[in-house]
Design a protein around this ligand. Structure first.
Ligand SMILES: C[S@@+](CC[C@H](N)C(=O)[O-])C[C@H]1O[C@@H](n2cnc3c(N)ncnc32)[C@H](O)[C@@H]1O
Length: 361
């Protein structure tokens, strides 16, 4: 297994080229940043780690193509990977998402004793409070921003010490379980770890207030669709509209499909799991794009993904095609839009958000 881990470390140093699935049979790798993985791997090897590495998050470049499909499936169906030995997991963002991943791994472990679930992540990711929530868990490594926590594989949650008196998290661990909420009569299907999974995001609903008052037609792209709020609301409002909904997060794409099904909107929609404008989105042409773009990578602010998308969006918009975008005020997408689009207007500006409309050059 150590050889496999070394192979995985090598794999991560060349993630730009997609690894053949066959070489990953026993390794279900995390979508972790390469520097974190290269720091953690030798430490685990020295500690005699032998086990399975489970996909924490499916997204970004290294989870493309078949590799992505394999890893994504393993994330939601870890039993398909039969987690044998120890498990290494990159801390998913959010308390519930982390606990759900751990519950899934625990359910998938061939045997618990004497194994360990190792969780690593940025110190800002909530990983240290995760350590406090499991009986017998401890922080094994603190290095710069990186934290590595060991959780005994059979560890139950420390329910008694829940100071805020919150009921212990009890989201079902089955892959086909969804949380639902409603917004304006639409049913949204979500899961922990998907953006704004408990309720509709305020920025997105503000964007919808403007878009639903327009007269939209043709084919639109809901880029970074999350659980499908924007695209589903447009499909319901405009009976002739077709919407492609894309997200690089596999679980988000699954939730979007479920949202469409729950509202009987699937006939005019297509869901694509892809990073930015990849080969599938890139082969299409759109009359319009709607997006509440991502501005975090992990726990850090990162405008790069949105800026790359804005540059690439030119190639998928038809002549005269438009983009509608909402962003937190401090992100100020104005400059990027001015650079890449014409007729840029800030349709609404309030204390929190900017709504932008711009046209293809
Ligand atoms: C701010 S959320 C908006 C979600 C949804 N549209 C809404 O309004 O609730 C941004 C979404 O972009 C997705 N995302 C992040 N990076 C991406 C990428 N490189 N390609 C496609 N989607 C991405 C995230 O997974 C997330 O679902």
């Amino acid at each position: 297994m150590q050889a496999d881990l070394r192979a995985a470390a090598r794999f991560f140093s060349s993630v730009e080229s997609v690894a053949p699935v066959a070489s990953l049979t026993h390794l279900h790798w995390v979508n972790a940043s390469a520097d974190q993985v290269s720091t953690v791997t030798p430490l685990l090897l020295d500690a005699g780690f032998a086990g399975t590495v489970v996909v924490a998050r499916a997204s970004q470049q290294q989870a493309m193509g078949a590799f992505s499909a394999l890893n994504c499936a393993l994330h939601d169906h870890p039993s398909a990977g039969q987690a044998a030995g120890d498990v290494l997991l990159e801390a998913p963002q959010g308390r519930e998402a982390a606990q759900l991943a751990i519950a899934q791994i625990q359910a998938a472990m061939v045997e618990c004793e004497p194994h360990t679930i190792w969780v690593f992540g940025d110190k800002e990711s909530g990983i240290q409070s995760l350590a406090k929530r499991y009986v017998g868990a401890s922080t094994a490594l603190s290095k710069g921003h990186l934290r590595l926590v060991r959780i005994p594989a059979c560890a139950p949650l420390v329910e008694a010490t829940n100071k805020k008196g919150r009921a212990p998290f009890a989201f079902p661990t089955e892959a086909n379980a969804f949380h639902t909420f409603t917004w304006d009569g639409l049913t949204l299907a979500t899961r922990p770890g998907v953006f704004s999974w408990r309720h509709a995001d305020a920025a997105s609903t503000l964007l919808l207030k403007h878009l639903l008052a327009e007269n939209l037609s043709g084919q639109w792209l809901d880029w970074g669709c999350g659980c499908g709020l924007l695209g589903a609301a447009l499909l319901r409002q405009f009976p002739d509209l077709r919407v492609v909904m894309s997200d690089d997060h596999y679980r988000a794409a699954v939730c979007t499909q479920q949202t469409l099904d729950a509202n009987a909107l699937q006939a005019r929609a297509q869901v694509i799991c892809e990073d930015g404008v990849g080969p599938r989105i890139g082969a299409l042409a759109f009359d319009g794009v709607v997006t509440n773009p991502p501005f975090h990578r992990g726990v850090r602010l990162d405008r790069g993904v949105a800026q790359r998308f804005l540059r690439d969006a030119q190639s998928i918009l038809k002549p005269g095609g438009v983009i509608w975008l909402v962003g937190n005020r401090h992100l100020d997408y104005g400059a990027a839009l001015q650079r890449d689009f014409s007729q840029v207007s800030c349709v609404e500006s309030n204390a929190q958000f900017h709504i932008w409309r711009a046209q293809r050059r």
